[in-house]
Write a protein that binds this ligand. Structure first.
Ligand SMILES: Cc1cc2nc3c(=O)[nH]c(=O)nc-3n(C[C@H](O)[C@H](O)[C@H](O)COP(=O)(O)OP(=O)(O)OC[C@H]3O[C@@H](n4cnc5c(N)ncnc54)[C@H](O)[C@@H]3O)c2cc1C
Length: 452
């Protein structure tokens, strides 16, 4: 059912991921879906994008919708991410964004990003979703003096050209608000968003969509798709769905039957996470670390971390070309080493959880969405560069509006995320080679940028 880019261990939707969120988040169990359904819109993928599209279609446009998900709802990246409800969903810095999109395009993208954070908050309020929001925005932590200079440029560009509110904190200022470790040289505090429980958000979106009439079909891996004059037919293990329109909301978990026009546009990348045992007040005190605001550093191969509400540290980074459980053990050890380099006092602390999942990147370095050329009634969204917690619900809403025949809002029209990204090399082996090259080049650039 999935295109096997990585080892089969990455593609086991019958099993819940071994994540901290799955172990600690109460959520309703939905019975596996079944039966034959005729709807206006069928959605493949029960993550933020598919669930938000379903919710908005059913609630705001009165559409009949069915969501088919191979695992339980939120099985993909949406239920297992780090819960950074932060921006931006791009690999570009702001100067790069302006170069790629022009001044108006870059500003439009950032305005949409900011609106996406507001959408998560307003959906949670309107639909009664307990997202366990915590922290105040996010900190981008300079890992070297040179990176600190770069952060200052970024801050001035954002202030000048975007509605995003932020402030710079010198090393000493950040030590008083963020953490007082040796591995920081100051930080940019982005004052929008914060941390949340990603699985609670996915479950809440699913419950809201269902309450408004959407049909949820978990554990229904779609193994065949057939376009025809009346629309599309999807075949899954115990269900068949006929629909006038079809949305592929599969992000990094690409279906094996992906239509040719979408092939080789999206590169799945593995992101790995560890969560420590709860740390004591004295252990947190070693770094004067009091905040629940999520943080990530300025490296090309960045690390991200946050203090969880129950006193554990979540620490993550991208990497690995294999995806097997055996290679996962090496990634787990590498994450522990990175954690120890960042916070030496916590070296060797017990790790209670380790898991990983797939994010989606592409050659445009921006999310991509819209109608699929040559396939009437078919739509897609993918490619959030590890920042989809708010962008994917936003794209789901934008797609719902488009599928309902509504004109785009002003922010959707200006968001610069429309259309397909350029194709990658046409073979998995070549794509992996490119990824290996990128990992190596990034690692060297990071090493050279470290302080002596
Ligand atoms: C470890 C990790 C950490 C991350 N941390 C963050 C973070 O802190 N902040 C942030 O903003 N973003 C983060 N991300 C990225 C974010 O989680 C994603 O961008 C977002 O969840 C994507 O949502 P989605 O709905 O597009 O896709 P997904 O949630 O990945 O859902 C796609 C779904 O499609 C289903 N599917 C595919 N093919 C089929 C088929 N044939 N039949 C049925 N179902 C199918 C899959 O089973 C999958 O559940 C992280 C991702 C990972 C993996």
């Amino acid at each position: 059912m999935y295109q096997p880019f990585y080892h089969a261990d990455q593609y086991r939707p019958q099993h819940s991921p071994p994540s901290y969120w799955h172990a600690t988040t109460p959520r309703p169990t939905l019975a596996p879906g079944s039966g034959e359904h005729t709807v206006d819109v069928a959605i493949v993928g029960g993550g933020y994008c598919g669930l938000s599209a379903a919710l908005h279609l059913a609630r705001d446009h009165g559409a009949r919708v069915a969501v088919l998900e191979a695992g339980d709802i939120g099985w993909g990246a949406s239920g297992r991410n780090a819960g950074f409800n932060t921006l931006p969903a791009t690999k570009h810095d702001y100067i790069g964004l302006q170069r790629a999109l022009g001044e108006a395009g870059a500003a439009g993208f950032m305005a949409a990003q900011q609106e996406a954070l507001q959408l998560v908050a307003s959906l949670a309020a309107a639909e009664g979703i307990a997202t366990q929001a915590c922290g105040e925005g996010s900190y981008v932590v300079a890992h070297s003096p040179a990176a600190w200079a770069g952060l200052q440029d970024e801050y001035h560009a954002w202030r000048l050209h975007t509605p995003v509110a932020s402030r710079l904190l010198t090393r000493a200022e950040f030590a008083g608000r963020g953490h007082a470790g040796d591995a920081q040289y100051g930080a940019l505090h982005i004052l929008h968003g914060g941390g949340l429980n990603p699985l609670a958000l996915a479950s809440g979106l699913a419950q809201a969509a269902q309450r408004h009439g959407a049909i949820l079909l978990p554990q229904q891996a779609v193994h065949a798709w057939q376009p025809h004059s009346g629309g599309h037919t999807l075949q899954a293990a115990d269900s068949v769905v006929h629909a006038r329109q079809l949305l592929l909301a599969t992000n990094g978990y690409l279906p094996a039957w992906l239509p040719p026009v979408l092939r080789h546009r999206t590169l799945p990348v593995i992101s790995n996470i560890i969560v420590t045992r709860p740390l004591s007040a004295a252990e947190w005190g070693a770094y004067a670390y009091h905040t629940h605001t999520p943080m990530f550093d300025t490296r090309h191969l960045l690390s991200y971390w946050r203090r969880l509400p129950d006193g554990r540290l979540l620490f993550g980074a991208r990497g690995d070309l294999s995806g097997s459980d055996a290679s996962g053990q090496r990634q787990r050890a590498a994450l522990q080493a990175q954690l120890a380099a960042c916070f030496p006092a916590w070296a060797g602390v017990d790790i209670d959880y380790f898991w990983r999942g797939l994010i989606a990147v592409n050659r445009r370095l921006l999310p991509q969405y819209g109608p699929l050329p040559g396939l009437p009634g078919m739509w897609y969204a993918a490619g959030c560069f590890g920042s989809g917690v708010s962008t994917m619900p936003w794209l789901g809403r934008a797609l719902a509006r488009a599928m309902a025949g509504q004109p785009p809002s002003a922010s959707e029209a200006a968001c610069a995320m429309h259309g397909l990204a350029p194709r990658l090399p046409p073979a998995t082996a070549l794509q992996k080679l490119g990824l290996q090259f990128a990992y190596t080049a990034y690692a060297w650039r990071d090493r050279l940028s470290e302080p002596a």
